[in-house]
Design a binder for this molecule. Structure first.
Ligand SMILES: [Mn+2]
Length: 355
């Protein structure tokens, strides 16, 4: 079923809080291969719900899980979809947070789609599928889904952000930090810093979170990083930097599929580079494709709004944000490189002409 509805908000944070107050059982779902914002927003919201008497919220995750998520989710009912399947008891509400795209919810689709009338989207992405949930709160200005989740948590618990319980504040801080590149990216605003300050006041140990999430590399990851750096190619007069990883690189270094986080940022440290691309050969089996069919994951980051990563990735069937987006290409690394270059080059050239 493809909805013809537009990707726009149909509800508000206070209406969402009211819906959740009236729900006994809540399932919180986020995008597959959860990152800091997906994990943080889902855990923060589920914990806030569980602090309310008579409520039971659980979080569902699918796809490769970062190692740091296991200690972080302790104490919160969590369902690993591939292992546990869907809930045995019907949820009164399903919250889909930090995504609203079927492509990022593949594992959950068969469960969520027939329950779309009971589903609520809380998301900050520029694109999504309206059919995922009838109720949608979309704020593309939000730096992180955690920023939005913090608002709902405060409404549910009737408190200010600085008075949120520590176990709610910590995951919210995590998502705020990771989606802003630990407060370095263009999405850092005064509101982001104020919320971060409030969450610190609530007792978050920022350095402990940083160590838990960012300083957990394996030697294999650093060896894979060396391969990515060695693959660097520079295109469009130095404006585009591309790094790539083959499945052979993964096998030979022993690194896992979840250990390529941050690789897309590597070319951005080059002064001339305005758009940074990371290509990784994916396992077709992971996406139910026949063995041998080439599949490449494409990630793009840009340093200027003049080069729109979302527009470039949409040309490849993906999407995301203006400065950060991704796509999956059914083709080889070289084919994916040619496609993303073709999508980015006109914007790079238009940018050069404005200078
Ligand atoms: Mn996010």
């Amino acid at each position: 079923m493809t909805s013809t509805e537009a990707w726009t908000s149909t509800t508000t944070p206070s209406e969402i809080a009211a819906r959740l107050r009236g729900a006994g059982r809540v399932l919180v779902v986020t995008h597959m291969k959860p990152d800091g914002d997906a994990a943080g927003s889902s855990l923060g919201l589920a914990r806030a719900i569980n602090l309310m008497p008579g409520k039971r919220a659980e979080v569902a995750y699918a796809g490769p899980m970062p190692a740091w998520l296991h200690p972080l989710r302790e104490g919160t009912p969590t369902r690993i979809w591939e292992r546990d399947g869907g809930p045995t008891e019907e949820p009164d509400a399903i919250v889909v947070i930090d995504t609203g795209s079927w492509s990022q919810l593949e594992a959950f689709r068969a469960y969520v789609e027939p329950r779309a009338a009971r589903a609520i989207i809380i998301d900050h992405h520029r694109r999504g599928d309206a059919g995922v949930a009838a109720a949608r709160w979309i704020d593309v200005e939000a730096a992180a889904a955690c920023q939005m989740a913090a608002g709902v948590c405060c409404l549910l618990l009737g408190c200010l952000p600085e008075h949120l319980p520590h176990e709610v504040a910590a995951p919210l801080y995590l998502g705020l930090a990771t989606d802003t590149g630990w407060f370095r990216h263009s999405n850092v605003t005064a509101d982001v810093m104020r919320l971060a300050g409030d969450l610190l006041e609530a007792g978050v140990d920022a350095n402990a979170l940083y160590q838990t999430v960012e300083q957990q590399d394996t030697p294999a990851r650093l060896r894979l990083l060396a391969r990515a750096l060695a693959s660097l190619s520079i295109e469009e007069n130095g404006r585009i930097g591309i790094v790539r990883i083959t499945r052979r690189d993964m096998a030979e270094t022993g690194a896992g599929a979840s250990e390529t986080g941050g690789f897309v940022d590597l070319p951005q440290t080059i002064a001339s580079v305005k758009a940074s691309v990371f290509l990784s050969e994916a396992d077709p089996a992971e996406y139910s494709l026949p063995a041998g069919s080439p599949l490449t994951k494409v990630s793009v980051r840009t340093k200027t709004d003049l080069i729109d990563a979302d527009v470039a990735c949409r040309a490849l069937g993906g999407g995301g944000h203006r400065r950060a987006a991704g796509a999956r290409v059914r083709g080889t690394l070289d084919e994916a490189a040619a496609q993303i270059l073709a999508a980015l080059a006109p914007m790079v050239r238009a940018m050069e002409q404005r200078r």
